[in-house]
Design a protein around this ligand. Sequence first.
Ligand code: DC
Length: 213
Amino acid sequence: MTTAPAIAIDGPAASGKSTVAKRIAQELGFTFINTGAMYRAVTWYCLQQGIDPNDSNAVTAALPNIPLSFGRDGAMSCVLCEGRILGRELSETATNNNVSAIAAIPEVRELLVNRQRQYNETEAVVMEGRDIGTVVFPNSPYKYFVTASEEVRTARRAAEGINDSIAERDRKDSSRACAPLTQAADALLVDSSDMSIDEVVALIVADIHSKSN
Ligand code: DC
């Protein structure tokens, strides 16, 4: 049992939650955990191996032998494949287009959720994803649902030069049966459409401090 805090940051694609979560982790001195990278890594690996992401039986059968590990690179989580830290491959178009199918498979989620909880057994974390407040750390008092209008989110992705059908991904992530993207009832909703990163970070950090005093 851990007593270390777990800050849960959820929200749709390109809502700015990664940037915000990373900054909050820096301010608090906690480890930043990007759970989307974990689902992306499984997706990338399946595609490499010619495993159809929509064939849940084939993906599940491959899981025990996937040579991925989930570690730490300084104050951030990282994903390694046979000892090599994965980077750009995680945001390739093929990975973007297939990650929602992989993330809908219950066996994949079970494996990754267990690993996500393990991080918090030994350290305080700021973890971002889709189900952190609802499934991974349902008892955390620190839950935030960061969103922005679809227009703003699409513009943010385009500015990064990344080809990503975010509306389609959100539709799939929100409608899947297992741990869909949804705001936890006790999460604070932060609409970042008209806010700067600094403002979002300041709002969330102030809320964390108010709850920990
Ligand atoms: O945060 P991201 O866009 O990198 O996440 C990629 C995909 O992974 C997202 O479309 C859905 C899935 N995901 C998930 O199902 N649960 C999480 N906790 C994190 C990501």
